[in-house]
Design a protein around this ligand. Sequence first.
Ligand code: 17E
Ligand code: FE2
Length: 423
Amino acid sequence: MNLKMLANASIFGREGLWDLLIENGTFSQIKKAGTMTAEHAEKIDLQGKLVCAPFVEPHIHLDTTLTAGQPRWNESGTLFEGIQRWSERKESLTKQDVKDRAKKALSWQIANGIGHVRTHVDTTDPTLIALEAMLEVKEEMKDFIDLQIVAFPQEGILSYPNGLELLDEAMKMGADIVGGIPHFEFTRDDGAESIRQLFKIAMKYDKSIDIHCDEIDDEQSRHLEVVARETIHNDYQGRVTASHTTAMGSYNDAYTYKLMRVLGLAKMNFVANPLVNIHLQGRFDTYPKRRGLTRVKELDQNGLNVCFGHDDIMDPWYPIGNGNMLQVLHMGLHASQLMGYSDIKNSLRFVTENSAKALELKQYGIQENNPANFIVLNATDGYHALRLQAEVLYSVKNGRIISQTKPKQTEVRLEQTKNIDFM
Ligand code: 17E
Ligand code: FE2
């Protein structure tokens, strides 16, 4: 029998130190440090390091990753130039090209402690080659990372030729989630109609929904209320995610107050993408310049489920990035002004349990009888993990180490006698 004990671990969301017994890839016991008898277990002393469930990446575009600058860079930094640059790059896609780039990004994500990923894949392409590639990637990587694939019609379902049929075909091919982009359809009526069509497709295949919704600094972009309305009328509560919703940062407070109630009735999930939207939004403002983020703090305070996604790694919408959720969280807390001590200490929930809820994951979390899926951070609590942008020392899936990082070591020499001349 394979028996290991992690001793003296801090656990995110719990006070004090804990011992965890891992038996055949499962957490069989979790007890206060020093109270467990497990003589036969191999013991690893974590000396207070923080154990938490793997990071959950709720929103990334793995079909577009690592294409920044191909054929040209997005110089204006707008969402719309990004969509244009991508439509140029899309013409030269091959299956191998998509698979190689996606797998490279996934390996960075694994190194950064991500265990579950929801990726959007563009279906506005008559060949659906990216989707075919990503379905293969999902299968080939399944022992290391869980992948959910959103069929995402980047250029619309009513505004792109055969957009609706391509989306339906994508679901038939095996996509897990129905995506959409109402604010990009030609008119607001088309946007609303596209949402009704998305729900029809989702119900036809009994799949959940994740819509790019109101990703624009237009206070009149109000597709979110339509998404919530359809969710309620179709009994889809808890199965719908609204991604980006940056227009909410521009709504007036009276309208937002009314909207919050509807969102609550719909039990909507929200994904904010702070790295990317702090960069893409506000581009048509002079000063004052809007932040272009959804109302993270207010949604959270109103009991709605909010989480943070990376959105892009080096593609037409975001020139940098490396798949590190602590970078995403760092930007998200600053831009949302969630910088109180307890806000920071508890903030890992935005990239773990909240995103797990949006993805409707089962058996997620550090609990007895759950699979031993966890990471060990080079920090003792959430506050220090965020502040230090802590390394993920170990990433473990079903009790097996799938990535390991040696912490960097810096020595500061302030005593003259110990200085060593550089040249
Ligand atoms: N496509 C889109 O519509 N919005 C985004 N933020 C990205 C792709 C990355
Ligand atoms: Fe996105």
